[in-house]
Design a protein around this ligand. Sequence first.
Ligand SMILES: *Cc1c(COP(=O)(O)O)cnc(C)c1O
Length: 415
Amino acid sequence: MNGAFEYRDGLLFCEQVDLTEVAARAGTPCYVYSAGALRRAFGVFEEGLAGLPHLVCFAVKANGNLAVLRLLAEAGAGFDIVSGGELFRVLRAGADPAKIVFSGVGKTREEIEAALQAGIHSFNCESEAELMLLSSLAQHLGKTARAAIRVNPDVDAATHPYISTGLKRHKFGIDIAEAEQLYVRAAELPGLALEGASCHIGSQLLDVAPLIEAAERMGALVERLRARGIALRFLDLGGGLGVPYRKDDPWPDVPRYLAAVRELAERLQVELLLEPGRFIAGPAGTLLSRVLYRKTGGGKEFLIVDASMTELIRPALYEAHHEMLPLRQPGRGRLVADIVGPVCESSDFLAEEREIENLLPGDYLAVMTAGAYGFVMASNYNARPRPCEVLVEGGRWRVVRQRESHEDLVRGEEV
Ligand SMILES: *Cc1c(COP(=O)(O)O)cnc(C)c1O
C-alpha cells in the first residue's frame, strides 16, 4: 500500500479517517480518495524534474472529479484532456488554460474551437487531416495553435492489449517512420506553431524500460528534425507508469525513468511534458462496498456485494486484479469466493476465486487501487445510479460528488 490506507486496531483507515464511518454515513458503493496520496504522487514528478523546464499534465481521463482536479491544480499540475467535456471540467475546476494539452485521435471542430478560445498550451495532433483542420480553425479565429505531432514510436509496451497503444498497428499517432515527412509538410501550415513532439505508448507499465526506449526514439526524431531545420521546443512523453494492483507487484522504477527523461530533455534543450494519470490517482482511491448476500452454487462460494461492473469495470473489461480488504478484520478465518455485483451479466465480477476474509452480509469491503479508471468509467447500466465520491484530508472527509438519484437517471428523457 502507499501509506494512505492502513489498519489501526483492526479498522481500515484512509489517512486519519475510519472508512467504516464513511461507508455507514455516505452509503455504499462509494469512492474514497486520499488528498495526501494524490499530492504525494504528484510530488514525485515535481521533485524528480525540479529545475528542469517541465509541465506535469495529469491525464483527466483517469479521474475527472472536480475536487481532485482542483487539488492537483493547486499543487501546480497541468492537465491532459481528450475531449471538450474534459476541457469544461478542468476549466470549471480552476485549471490554468496555459497548462492544458489536448490529446486524442478524434477531436471535433467544436472541441478544437473551444480549446483555441480557452488558450491551451498545445494540441497533440494524430493525423494530417487534424493538423489541417487545426490550422484553418486557428486562422479563422485569428490565433496561433501550438501543436505537437503524436508519434507512434513502435515500442511494445508489453501490457494488456486493450491499453497498449504504441505499436504500428494501433490507431494512435503517426508512424515514426512517416513522422518526419509530415513535420516537413505541416511546418508550412499557417496558424500553427508546430513546436513539439508527443507520444504515449500504453498504460500500466511496471517496467520503465519501454518508456525509456520510446523516449530515446523520440529524442532521435527531435535531432533528425533539427538537422532538417525544424526546431522543436517541447517533448511530451505521455503517461503510462503503472501501479501495483497486486500486493506483490513491484512499483515501477520512477526515479530511473525521471532521471532518464530529464537527461534527455537537458541534452535536447526542450521543455519536458509528462501525462501521468493512473500513477497519480490509482493508489489514492478505493471503492467501498457492502456484502449483500452469500451463496454457494456449483461448488463455488459467492459474495454478492453492492458494487459492480457499473462502478468499476476494470475486472470485467481488462481482467484486472484489485486487492479486496475488509473494513474491519472480523477474525473469522478466510474463504475462497467469487466477489460479484448485482448486474445481470456473467462478466459482472470484481474478483474470481479470491481468498478473502470470511465476510458476512452487512460487512464492508474496500476494493483497493481504484482511484484511476474507476468512477470515470462508471455507467448507469441496469439503471444503477452512479456512486458518490468522497475526499479525505487528514482527519476530515467530505462528499465531493453526490450519489446520483433516480431522478438523475431520467433527466432529459421524455415519455
Ligand atoms: C490515457 C492517456 C494518458 C494517461 O495514461 P496513464 O497510463 O493513466 O498514465 C496519457 N496520455 C494520453 C495521450 C493518454 O491517452
